[in-house]
Design a protein around this ligand. Sequence first.
Ligand SMILES: O=C(O)CC1=CCC(=O)O1
Length: 260
Amino acid sequence: MTAGLHVTVDGPPDAPVLLLGSSLGTTGAMWQPQVAALTERYRVVRYDHLGHGGSVVPAGPYTIDLLGRKVLRLLDALGVARVHYAGLSLGGMVGMWLAAHAGERIDRLALLCTSASLGPAEGWRARAATVRAGRLDSIADAIVERWFTPAFAARNPDTVAGYRSMLVSTPAAGYAGCCEAIAAMDLRPDLAAVRAPTLVIGAADDPATPPEQAAAIAERIPSARLVVLDGAAHLANVERPEAVARLLAAHLDPEGVVPR
Ligand SMILES: O=C(O)CC1=CCC(=O)O1
């Protein structure tokens, strides 16, 4: 645990740091499909959001600002001045906040299956209340159904079960606190301040943060490029592991060799 956040670090110690932020109800383990490819060139640091995985669990509600400031404290504690950052969904929301509010710390940015404003707020507050009442398990199937396409889920029942298990292991206060952060979030006015070269990845079959949300982010960030992946729902890095690894590698090092 560093600065209250659980981190997993892989890759060469002297390589540039790539910080990975995961989605609501997952941990840094969510990024496992990309770790082998990305550690060829980067020191890959995966952190668990506040209230998730092995990180500390304050009572909440949280805000995106609070989640972002925790990441800045993490970078300070790790002694890292500047990083590349890739985040999926909630991880992307924190990434937008970091790039807008601490742009000097973010080199290149990748935002996957995320949104700058994800209403309706009442829905997120109702989900937080359900989870605070101890009923995350009762809504887990409906949540996970949006993470994977039906075809992928039919072919990979064990993978889906593993992610469901990650979801229901999330501390209730942490999950609810992050739902409340999303309810209160509007990052749209911040996006014009993002200076980092940015890759925005949407997924054609993502019902949680549909590709229109990715397009809306890319329109507002001055140096953004948009890619929409087909054959994937919300956890596009799990359904399209090689495609996501290649897109990230090419974006982070445009002059470099893209992994096979
Ligand atoms: O799990 C969901 O409901 C979809 C989602 C929204 C933000 C996030 O990180 O995941």
